[in-house]
Design a protein around this ligand. Structure first.
Ligand code: SF4
Length: 362
């Protein structure tokens, strides 16, 4: 697994410090740059505003252009932006107002506000970067989030964002902020698990969530927002996937893509794995019907987090590699597979003992 944290020698700081590591000459410079001044095995020394920052990392790890955040009193640097990765995500908050049965990141009560540091990090990101925004529920802090997105849009119009949100907290008056940010700059990733309130509300653990989501999707549609609907495929909604396809095609045809997703075995997802995980390598019928129906009605469909061999050949075209590089792994059996480069593999925390039965090299 790629490490998103690096060990650093403690620094006498009282505020979070954001740095961009520079190991070669750059065409553009910033007051946040820290320049490499020395190396020894397993440790690199950078100079920033006259003081030394020592980072412990393997010699092979590419760090040039990475943006780090170091917190007071902590011997750890958080890699906010990895310059060589397409999978950079800023965790806005761990608070959430839903309790989804398969949540991979169960909510916590407390919130630490790092929007100022995230704004600096985004401005230091490589050209054309696509940055994920996740939680918890980022829109619990929507005033700060909109401010962050709007100011970044002005400073770095080349950046795009993918924001994961349960969409419970939009109000009609928020749409002016979306317009200000630029609808083309943000793809809103929004979960929808069923075509009716009873099952959706049960899965997300929040009465009234479905109706609120329906209302807010209408706001987003009128605002011209780009929406990626996300449905985790589970035992709970397996039987209704064709109904959901119909619902989306008829009621939400404006969505950019409908992503059908395999679950992550971590957090509540791990706790409830036996009652939620659906082995789509041994049974694909409901997914097949749902995909056929959605595609026939003009809805763009994608399968996220599905190992390629768990999908029937005719449907592999819908299954791009989507698991982020830092949490992706392959199994021993994958060594013999000719499709490994196209396959997204498995989450680092996937357990094959409780996983797909039909994994076979292609
Ligand atoms: S054998 Fe492994 S690499 Fe090949 S398709 Fe299956 S999961 Fe992917």
């Amino acid at each position: 697994m790629i490490d998103l944290r690096l060990k650093v020698d403690p620094l006498p700081i009282v505020e979070p410090l954001v740095l961009r590591l520079c190991e070669r000459d750059r065409s553009e410079h910033s007051e946040y740059d820290a320049h490499l001044i020395g190396r020894e095995t397993g440790c690199r020394e950078y100079e920033h505003l006259g003081f030394s920052v020592r980072i412990h990392a393997s010699d092979e790890l590419p760090l040039d252009g990475d943006v780090l955040m170091i917190l007071p009193g902590q011997p750890i640097a958080h890699r906010l932006i990895r310059a060589t990765s397409m999978h950079n995500t800023l965790l806005i908050t761990e608070q959430c107002d839903q309790l989804c049965v398969m949540c991979s990141q169960p909510p916590k009560k407390h919130h630490l506000d790092f929007f100022d540091q995230f704004a600096i990090a985004a401005k230091l990101a490589p050209s054309g970067a696509y940055i994920g925004i996740s939680g918890g529920e980022p829109l619990l802090h929507k005033a700060r989030l909109f401010e962050f997105l709007a100011s970044t849009a002005v400073a770095r119009p080349d950046l795009r964002f993918h924001v994961l949100t349960n969409a419970q907290h939009f109000e009609a008056e928020d749409m002016k902020h979306l317009d200000e940010i630029g609808p083309e700059r943000v793809l809103w990733g929004i979960p929808l698990y069923a075509s009716g309130s009873e099952l959706h509300d049960e899965i997300v653990g929040k009465p009234g969530a479905f109706h609120r989501l329906e209302r807010n999707l209408a706001f987003l549609m009128r605002a011209g927002a780009a929406v990626e609907l996300r449905t985790v495929v589970m035992q709970q909604n397996w039987g209704i996937l064709p109904d959901l396809a119909n619902f989306i095609a008829n009621r939400l045809p404006f969505v950019s893509v409908w992503a059908l997703m395999q679950a992550e075995r971590i957090g509540f997802g791990r706790m409830n794995w036996r009652t939620t995980f659906k082995d789509t390598s041994t049974e694909f019928s409901a997914l097949k019907s749902a995909i056929n129906m959605a595609v026939a009605k003009g809805v763009e469909v994608a399968l996220y987090n599905f190992p390629l061999c768990s999908v029937p050949p005719d449907y592999r075209q819908f299954a791009p590699s989507t698991i982020s590089d830092w949490k992706r792994k392959f199994l021993d059996v994958c060594r013999e597979c000719s499709s490994r480069s196209a396959c997204g593999g498995f989450f680092e925390w996937y357990s094959h003992d409780e996983g797909f039965e039909g994994i076979r090299p292609l």
